[in-house]
Design a protein around this ligand. Structure first.
Ligand SMILES: [Cu+2]
Length: 320
């Protein structure tokens, strides 16, 4: 199968999908476990470098401890918790409430991670979402990734959603592979097996694939995707024209009708990541997002299959 990359570039794609600049690498945690909060900063502010990252520790994350970063000054604030928690070391009624890394400079076209550890209260119920607001300061401008949906509110209405992770039962986790195998629920959507193809160094584009089912009664539209190693993530269709495989951007997004399952797969609809600043390697997992008109920006973990793989497991199909 030959893919005409020059045809894609010739179409002059426009990257317009709303992108979260701050996301949490780990999307799930078990009650009572230690959560490794890895805040990934994917972009600066309108091209300006990030100089400050401030993380608010939500109620129920106990005994938070930041990881220092070379070149960045670390500061924390402490305060009282809403209640007294049982911890691995006894009880705790106060602790770190916010962590700020400042004084560094992260260019717009690079990514970095700001990490803390905290114990997840065993009072969280599986299924709960924990929001971790992040304030991003730049050489010029700032972003507040702190919007939290109110009960019944559509995540789409949020302009700058706070990074979040979900509380799951112990059996649902057990490593990155298990975590990514579990379907992700986002409103009425079920998102399964997000995966990417590894790319050789120097590649300009990377393809991404995923299966999305709409279990609700209202259509939703997939409008874009984001990963840290690409400047843009758009949706493409693929068709045969005169014996040549041609790709074209799906500019209005890909509609997922009620009751329908849409599968993005090699040779069909796919996510097209462009402006690559890195090369995903087979076996890695990559935190990214999918953006929907209704469900909003949904964090997903892409598994990376070998170069040219036709399925997430990495099997090659014969083409005749
Ligand atoms: Cu494409």
């Amino acid at each position: 199968m030959k893919i005409s990359v020059s045809a894609v570039i010739g179409l002059g794609l426009v990257a317009s999908a709303a992108q979260a600049h701050a996301v949490l690498e780990r999307k799930q945690a078990i009650p009572g476990s230690t959560y490794r909060g890895v805040v990934q900063i994917m972009h600066g502010c309108d091209g300006k470098p990030t100089t400050k990252v401030s993380v608010s520790i939500p109620e129920g994350l106990i005994g938070a401890k930041p990881m220092p970063k070379p070149g960045w000054t670390l500061a924390t604030t402490r305060g009282a918790y809403a209640k007294t928690y049982t911890t691995h070391h006894g009880t705790a009624s106060e602790g770190v409430k916010s962590i700020t890394w400042s004084g560094g400079s992260l260019p717009d076209d690079e990514v970095d991670e700001f990490t803390f550890l905290a114990q997840v209260s065993d009072t969280f119920e599986p299924g709960a979402t924990v929001y971790v607001p992040v304030q991003q300061g730049c050489a010029e401008g700032s972003h507040s990734w702190s919007d939290i949906p109110k009960p019944g509110q559509d995540a789409h209405d949020l302009k700058a959603a706070a990074p979040a992770f979900r509380i799951v039962q112990a059996a649902q986790t057990g490593g990155a592979m298990a975590a990514q195998a579990a379907p992700i629920k986002a409103g009425d959507l079920t998102i399964e097996t997000p995966w990417l193809r590894a790319t050789p160094n120097g590649a300009k584009v990377a393809g991404g694939y995923v299966r999305i089912t709409n279990t609700g009664s209202t259509p939703d539209v997939l409008t874009g995707a984001a990963v840290p190693f690409a400047k843009s993530g758009d949706i493409h269709s693929m068709s045969m024209e005169g014996g040549v495989m041609k790709m074209a951007p799906v500019s209005d997004g890909l509609t997922i009708k009620p009751g329908e399952t849409v599968e993005l797969k090699p040779g069909g609809y796919h996510l097209m990541f462009e402006g690559l600043t890195g090369a995903p390697k087979a076996g890695e997992t990559i935190a990214g997002t999918l953006t929907f008109q209704r469900a909003g920006t949904v964090p997903v973990t892409f598994s990376v299959a070998p170069i040219g793989a036709s399925a997430p497991g990495g099997q090659h199909q014969h083409q005749h």
